[in-house]
Write a protein that binds this ligand. Structure first.
Ligand code: ZN
Length: 502
């Protein structure tokens, strides 16, 4: 190995170590830290992040990358070293193109916008955050400008979390989805409503947690290299390939909250635990994009965890945990209840069919704002109009309307939502490819065995970490581009049967 490559690895490992240290501080902050620690923790996190940023943007890394790109120009693209150089270049450019002044001004603004949103949302007061959001839009446009060479102003912002995805690719994909989903939702709304009252009984929290842990252990989540705790918003965080942690939250009057939160985060966790140990401490040891990451949480949560074969095996086990609540509830009733479709106002509560409509509304509004075709002051009306046309519902207030998600108020406008729908689409695209190789997967699911599915995902996706950019990974794994059709087929088949549609 060349001396320069060794030097680059050493430096990147320091950056990763600092980033992992910040993750530990952040994990503790949202799980076990007493409230009195908040102020100091904010300061500690800021210091660790600043040192990490300084180390990553050290001009020496730029010089090493210049030399290595020359020295290793002939390496096959699928060699680990070539991948490391490519990924390190991407991270370095991203970190250096955005001026430090801009980063601190935007961070400060985001903290203020989040504060304003936290009080404006319960007060239903969009006007109170409107000037903040206007400023966020200006920052977002400026951020986009640091990355020239893209076709659309939103493309660099999308690329930050979903490399290679563009407004053009996604608009086409989303249009295909919307053309199928809007009529499907209308058909379902006209069908008899599903009764999900069996899920709304009292279910003691500890028993809920234990059941969820048992299931994800069967999926292949490794508790020797992970743990599950409670936090207000479920998340996954990785400190190393040997320590990937998840959280969930419990509602004792709703069986779905903790369970599906656990299955979802375990999907993210299984991905990170499956990365090749040779990448430990390097920037390759991460998921390759937010959409591919979400494909794994959605695969284990929905494609597997809300499927009939899965519950044929696990429902008797769940009944044994909650006999008083579920012994009189049939498998069919339970399966229908966990898949009930509701035209609701809130994205995070949405079912598999309506979820993507929520995402697309946000995605389109982001483009219109960035393009200057929609004023921030007109956003609430535009929001309501789209909910009316796509979902047939209208929020009685902005709290459950345009103010419901934190993303635009704690982040930026542009590139914040597409990963959720990309993930849903890819979950079935990958699953369909796995089934083609191993048709026995469905039967194994009905016996509580996931080894073949897990191994396939690990071999094709997990172990590579960031080695392949998302579009390359999709091509290698499924032989083409991202495609809406497998997902549309999946939804039509599953929900057509559930709702007795023709
Ligand atoms: Zn997720």
């Amino acid at each position: 190995m060349s001396k320069q490559l060794e030097e680059l690895k050493n430096r990147l490992q320091e950056v990763e170590a600092l980033s992992a240290a910040a993750s530990v501080l952040g994990w503790d902050q949202t799980t076990f830290m007493p409230p009195g620690g908040a102020k100091a923790r904010g300061r500690q996190l800021a210091v660790v992040s600043r040192i990490g940023h300084e180390k990553l943007t050290d001009p020496m890394i730029g010089r090493l990358l210049d030399e290595l790109e020359r020295e290793f120009a002939d390496l096959p693209a699928d060699s680990d070293d070539a991948a490391l150089i490519r990924v390190a270049r991407r991270d370095y450019d991203k970190a250096t193109r955005i001026p430090a002044d801009f980063v601190s001004a935007f961070n400060e603004h985001q903290a203020a916008a989040y504060q304003a949103w936290s009080s404006a949302r319960p007060e239903n007061d969009f006007k109170a955050v409107e000037p903040m959001l206007q400023k966020t839009l200006e920052f977002s446009r400026e951020l986009s400008g640091f990355f020239p060479g893209f076709d659309h102003i939103a493309d660099p912002l999308i690329d930050l979390s979903d490399e290679g995805m563009t407004v053009e690719i996604l608009s086409d994909l989303f249009q295909q989805l919307r053309d199928e989903l809007v009529p499907l939702v209308h058909e379902i709304a006209a069908a008899p409503e599903i009764d999900d009252s069996c899920l709304k009984q009292h279910f003691p929290g500890d028993a809920q947690l234990e059941f969820g842990k048992k299931v994800i252990r069967d999926f292949g989540y490794d508790f020797e290299r992970g743990r599950e705790d409670i936090s207000p918003h479920p998340f996954t965080t990785s400190f190393s390939i040997g320590d990937v942690r998840i959280t969930t939250r419990i509602k004792e009057n709703d069986l779905t909250e903790a369970l599906f939160g656990t299955l979802h985060e375990a999907g993210h966790g299984i991905y990170e635990q499956g990365i090749d140990p040779a990448y430990e401490g390097l920037p390759l040891a991460d998921g390759t994009s937010s959409g591919v990451h979400e494909s794994q949480s959605r695969l284990w949560e929905n494609v597997i965890g809300r499927s009939k074969p899965f519950w044929e095996f696990y429902y008797p086990e769940l009944q044994a945990v909650f006999p008083a609540q579920l012994n009189d509830v049939s498998l069919e009733t339970f399966y229908r209840a966990i898949n009930k479709v509701t035209r609701s106002l809130i994205r995070t509560d949405a079912d598999e069919v309506t979820y993507n409509l929520h995402v697309m509304i946000r995605f389109d509004l982001e483009q219109q704002l960035l393009e200057g075709n929609l004023n921030v002051s007109d956003l609430p009306e535009a929001w309501d109009a789209r909910y009316q046309s796509d979902l047939g519902v209208q929020a009685p207030d902005t709290r459950d309307g345009v103010l419901q998600d934190v993303h635009w108020f704690a982040g930026r406008i542009g590139g914040m939502f597409q990963g959720y729908t990309i993930g849903n689409v890819l979950s079935t695209q990958f699953y369909t490819a796995a089934l083609q190789d191993h048709p026995e997967i469905q039967d194994q699911t009905a016996h509580g065995s996931f080894q073949v599915l897990h191994s396939w995902m690990k071999e094709q996706i997990y172990r590579h970490g960031r080695k392949y950019a998302a579009l390359d990974l999709i091509e290698r794994t499924t032989g083409g581009l991202i495609r809406a059709q497998p997902y549309i087929d999946y939804l039509k088949m599953k929900f057509g049967e559930l709702y007795g549609l023709s």
